[in-house]
Design a protein. Structure first.
Lengths: 215, 387
């Protein structure tokens, strides 16, 4: 998944000579928290709602609107902007957002702003990836950390004619295990669980019934 | 409480049958009726024969290409295109006469609704209905056509009514929820095992409806191993105040009984008593707030002999205002023991020794009650503001 696929390409930008008051209006009207600052499409800085808050007068002490009208965006903008390229992986964008603790990344190609990607976009994509928006059953397994384990589980699911909505495989708690999370398009996954356990794999979720009784 | 009740049933409803070994086993209808008869609770003139739903009626809640596909797959069960619509999977295999049988299930629920709205009955029970997972163009979770959605659309359109829908199946009533998600004339409430553990993985507290329908969708996700006390505590916290505030013209309850501790598809630990108490509460609320109008459908329930028959006998007994005694007739036990994989029950209720209590039950009850209180709060604000 690349940035181009999930970025918002209708970018609302602000000019460095615009007033801070104008920028505040722009953010409020569009319900957004970041404004790339551009001159003729070229990125020269960025301002966020946090920058706005730090220059706005406190609601407790009354206001000095003159100051907001007279101050220009270029006077308060961040000039060092962390950006991504449209062909970067979504994972890379997520890593940058996380490591630099920023709320958004302008997407820049040939020095022009072609899109914007926010932390909310990244999270929405992940929600879609794990299939949370489709009806399904959640199955979580602990597998030995060696080749062929995913294929073994997928083979069992296939034998039951069940479609996999999403699959996430990642390192487990211990070095010698991996965790596999599947979302299956099926209501009744009892037989799949039984077969997976018969194969010797550990089912972490759904938790099996606590008390044992006659059935 | 008085009120005339009808039981919508015909043996042909059993033709909604996927395949042998499939957990959704329509034999449960026959053994329920058999138990009702053996107990002397069901008379010939209580029974109303269901009609078939028409194409126009199905179209109220399903897309045309989906219905066409179901028709086609009824003749040739191996069409590849079924998978696009969720048919041909292990959950929802195609079967012959699928369209006809599914239309009859929808028709049964429509018949039940008409009996009530035409004033021939106050309460109507359609145990074959309750296929709450089906979407407009998607078979899901053993459900081909959504009889509840078609019936609500049909009844709302024909009689200009507002409907209060209560779903106590252990699975989230997603199909009904999404169909009326933006509709303030239909308030849906679903109690179910949390989506963390169970299909369809939805039904979170924050699913509250959209646009004009905001607030008109209520979800109470419950912890696995929830018992009678906790379930009923949540039910009493949520349902009575909502019905009182919403003032429905008709109450529809989906009475899936797969939350019983014997049911192997879910992890909810209800006993048979809960399946007497839930309809009892709904019945009282119907007389208090909807002029007695109450339509009850079936739903999930995958332990036919030990759970479904007993739960739905109690459902009908409640609707018909009949008293039930504790023992199951020997003749019924003998008749059905032959095909039952487990020992058939001798009593209508579970003996206290069988019921289960888990060590964490206090924690579970606390967590559930918190969910219930939160669930009801937002909707009451919306309802009290606009009504």
């Amino acid at each position: 998944m690349i940035v181009e696929n999930i970025m918002n390409s209708k970018v609302i930008t602000v000019h460095p000579d615009n007033s801070v008051a104008q920028a505040i209006d722009l953010m409020r009207d569009n319900n957004i928290r970041h404004l790339p600052v551009t001159t003729e499409g070229n990125l020269i800085g960025i301002i966020s709602d946090r920058d706005m808050r730090s220059v706005s007068p406190s609601i407790l002490t009354g206001d000095e609107p003159e100051l907001l009208i007279n101050t220009k965006v270029k006077d308060i903008m961040q000039k060092q902007v962390i950006t991504v390229h449209p062909l970067d992986f979504l994972e890379e964008a997520a890593r940058l957002i996380y490591e630099y603790k920023v709320g958004c990344l302008p997407v820049v190609s040939q020095e022009r702003v072609v899109g914007i990607i926010t932390e909310a976009d990244v999270l929405r994509s992940m929600v879609e990836w794990v299939g949370l928006l489709q009806p399904g059953a959640h199955l979580e397994l602990e597998l030995p950390n060696r080749p062929g384990m995913l294929a073994s589980v997928a083979g069992i699911v296939q034998r039951h004619g069940v479609n996999i909505i999403s699959a996430l495989l990642f390192p487990g708690k211990m070095d010698n295990t991996q965790t596999l999370i599947l979302r299956l398009k099926a209501l009744d996954i009892r037989m799949i669980i039984k077969d997976i356990e018969a194969e010797g794999h550990k089912v972490l979720w759904p938790l099996q019934r606590e008390p044992d009784y006659e059935r | 409480m008085s009120g005339k009740a009808v039981f919508v049933y015909h043996p042909d409803l059993e033709k909604y049958y996927f395949k042998p070994e499939h957990p959704f086993n329509p034999t449960r209808l026959r053994i329920t009726v058999s138990l009702l008869q053996e107990l002397g609770l069901l008379k010939e003139n209580d029974i109303v024969t269901p009609r078939l739903a028409s194409m126009e009626e199905l179209l109220l809640a399903h897309d045309q290409d989906y219905i066409r596909a179901v028709e086609k797959l009824s003749n040739n069960c191996f069409e590849e295109e079924g998978l696009f619509f969720g048919i041909g999977t292990e959950d929802n295999p195609a079967f012959s006469d699928m369209h006809w049988a599914s239309s009859l299930v929808v028709g049964a629920t429509l018949t039940a609704g008409e009996e009530i709205m035409e004033g021939r009955a106050d309460h109507a029970v359609s145990i074959a209905g309750g296929l709450h997972h089906a979407g407009r163009r998607q078979a899901s979770g053993f459900c081909i056509y959504n009889d509840i959605n078609v019936a609500i659309r049909y009844l709302c359109h024909k009689y200009h009514i507002r409907v209060f829908y209560i779903d106590t199946d252990a699975h989230h009533g997603d199909g009904v929820q999404w169909e009326f998600y933006e509709d303030p004339n239909v308030l849906t409430v679903s109690f179910h095992e949390s989506g963390r553990f169970l299909f369809p993985g939805t039904g979170w507290l924050n699913e509250r409806g959209k646009k004009e329908g905001y607030g008109y969708c209520v979800n109470v996700p419950l912890e696995p191993f929830t018992d009678d006390n906790s379930f009923l505590e949540c039910f009493r916290e949520v349902v009575p105040p909502l019905i009182e505030a919403f003032q429905p013209d008709l109450i529809i309850s989906q009475n899936g009984c797969d939350g019983h501790f014997y049911d192997s598809l879910t992890h909810i630990n209800l006993s048979i008593s809960a399946f007497q108490e839930i309809p009892r509460l709904v019945h009282q609320l119907a007389h208090a707030f909807s002029g007695g109008k109450w339509l009850a459908v079936g739903g999930g329930g995958y332990d036919p002999f030990r759970v479904v028959a007993r739960a739905w006998v109690l459902l009908w007994a409640e609707a018909a205002g009949l008293n039930v005694k504790g023992n199951i007739p020997l003749s019924w036990q003998k008749k059905w023991q032959k095909i039952s994989p487990c020992t058939v029950p001798q009593t209508l209720f579970d003996s206290p020794e069988v019921s289960l209590s888990v060590p964490r039950c206090q924690e579970i009850a606390e967590k559930n009650f918190r969910a219930a209180s939160q669930a009801v709060q937002d909707t009451l604000i919306v309802l009290n503001k606009y009504i």
